[in-house]
Design a protein around this ligand. Sequence first.
Ligand code: FES
Length: 372
Amino acid sequence: LDSDREAALTIAVTPSELDTRLAGGWTIPASWYSDPALYQDELDRIFARRWHLAGRLSALSKPGDHLVCQAGHIPVVVVRDGDSGLRGFVNVCRHRGHPVALEPGNAKRLQCRYHGWTYGLDGRLTGAPRCRLEPGFDKSELSLLPVAVDVWRDLVFVNPDPGAEPLLTSAPELDDVLAARGFDERPGFRFHGRWTYTIEANWKAWTENAIECYHCPLVHKNSFNDQYATDHEVYDVVNSGPLMGQFTKYRRRADGAPVAADGPQFRFCLLYPSAMLIEDDFVFFVGSTVPTGPDSCEFVTDTYVSPDLPEAEVESWLAAWNQTLEEDLEVVAAQRNGLRSGAVPYGRLLPTSESAIAHFHRLVVADLEREA
Ligand code: FES
């Protein structure tokens, strides 16, 4: 057996072998895109310990305002508590697991609709029907479980680890890279809708597709590649810490106006592992990847549009974006069978065109290797 065939027959790989592979331009093992044990490690060591997008700060302006989101696999509710600002909790009732909030809104307290357990905005259990009949039932032991909350500009982030270091300590690039390229979360854009995509692929395959544009000329010939310049010479890629950014110019504009010569006009940021922010002059996407199984995930994005663009142009620009995402869905789903088979145990990257994937793999490996 040559060494590649040998690797195909084993799931395990030593850290030093992996290191050599990654340094040589190879991918992580194909088995990592479907292995249930590795997936569980990812949930515990990556998703449960990293920052995730929760939503817009402007949605949490009044006491009692709350929003619901996923911090990876973990459901979360973020509330504005009148006394102490923002608080985040695992959105799982301490009784039997129903969410305590099903959708965004405003309420004086969070009441689980299943059996009526009620929690204050500080997370403390204040009422549970019939609990007085139960000797030893101690409400003070049954508060909602806290998660860390942080804010960057108008964006709210959550981390399932309540002791997590602040967002900007772990991701100073949000200021350094995005602000320097004019990223401004498009103030004044109006909410247009939430898009949810079910993806038949491991979250890493979906993410890798999002952080390289090597595939754009072929897969997105009539969508993304028609909207934006994807030539290697003009497509700016920045990989720094947990941030993987892509910046380029329009090929054509939604409003038909001439394309300016300078400045990044399309701005994309993956904040590892799940947050995706995308903006241009016409749309702003606030998106998250949610792992749903060893080889499946979801992508959920809130969509905001420019109030200055006529409705027909908004719809046409969004249609091109939806087409782009549908095309991405299709290619990553088609990868799944091949990756599952293990017949090709490692892929060979093009490090110049796919530098973000190599960077991403390093982050995944480092997180998996750290202490649980
Ligand atoms: Fe929430 Fe029963 S699961 S009250």
